[in-house]
Write a protein that binds this ligand. Structure first.
Ligand SMILES: C[S@@+](CC[C@H](N)C(=O)[O-])C[C@H]1O[C@@H](n2cnc3c(N)ncnc32)[C@H](O)[C@@H]1O
Length: 271
């Protein structure tokens, strides 16, 4: 680090920023005082670092992120590993993948990119109800030249081309799953993210379970006979997700824990 950089970092630390974050901001914005101060002020006011910087790594990609989309989380990177595992089970050379509630495009774009690197030409359909989120996801697809990803504005599966029914190899989803009450107890930094990306209504007496339940119950009809759903859910929703998946036409269901041992991902296979 040059003397000027070190000086700028020290100035930001003196203003109240964490040293690691101060380094990040200097790396991103350089040492020009007004630009750096504006970025530091946003962070000091509580805005997430990822939005201030404007991009964030997710798997193989550097995704542009802003307040229109959820900041992609490390646990969702694990979902991508489970999804790749499902695709590797079958002999799928040109899989059709559906990313339900794509946000920044994180899951669908990472899958398209990593599969391409393995010589697999996947087609990905990414849907979201939010036009703002779709704009960000489309820009991320362009940024990474991922041309085999198409985007649809849709309330869950309602707006999908009906000809896709029964044809999809893999559905990936990270629906909103935080209960409204729990949300009020969480880190206030989450209030910068779109509420509709985080909070869901309750269902079956389980806080925040409605969207997860809807995606599980609806997915089966869109998958082909060898298809699978890989879905992230809240840590207290795993048992209910397994029961619902069995009720909804999935023969082989499994709940996977994250690195911290918390139940987080449903893997449900049609057979
Ligand atoms: C938890 S975020 C996940 C975003 C992204 N897939 C990720 O993992 O970073 C949930 C996403 O679902 C979208 N969503 C919420 N309600 C929806 C609905 N009714 N239909 C489609 N998408 C919806 C939100 O706009 C948001 O982008």
């Amino acid at each position: 680090m040059t003397d000027t950089n070190a000086e700028s970092v020290n100035r930001l630390v003196a203003a109240g920023l964490d040293r690691r974050e101060a380094r990040w901001l200097v790396e991103e914005f350089g040492t020009e005082t007004s630009t750096l101060s504006a970025a530091a002020e946003r962070r000091l006011a509580g805005e997430p670092l990822q939005y201030v910087i404007g991009h964030w790594p997710f798997r193989s990609l550097d995704l542009d992120v802003d307040a229109r989309v959820l900041i992609p989380r490390p646990e969702t990177e694990e979902l991508v590993t489970h999804a790749l595992g499902e695709l590797a089970r079958g002999d799928r050379t040109t899989p059709l993948i559906l990313d339900v509630g794509c946000g920044s495009g994180a899951i669908g774009l990472a899958l398209a990119d990593e599969l391409l690197a393995r010589g697999v030409r996947a087609s990905v359909v990414a849907l979201d109800v939010s036009l703002d989120a779709l704009d960000v996801a489309k820009a991320n697809a362009r940024k990474h030249s991922l041309h085999a990803v198409s985007f649809v504005q849709s309330h869950w599966f309602d707006g999908l081309d009906p000809s896709l029914r029964g044809r999809i190899d893999l559905i990936v989803a990270n629906p909103p799953y935080v209960g409204a009450e729990e949300f009020t107890t969480l880190d206030p930094v989450l209030r910068y993210e779109p509420l509709g990306a985080l909070v869901a209504e309750d269902e079956r007496g389980i806080a925040g379970f409605r969207d997860v339940a809807h995606v599980i119950a609806t997915s089966s009809a869109w998958l082909n006979d060898d298809g699978a759903l890989v879905l992230e859910h809240g840590e207290h929703q795993g048992d209910a997700a397994l029961v619902l998946a069995k009720e909804s036409g999935f023969a082989d269901v499994e709940d996977r824990a994250d690195v911290a041992g918390r139940s987080r991902v449903l893997v449900a296979r049609r057979r």
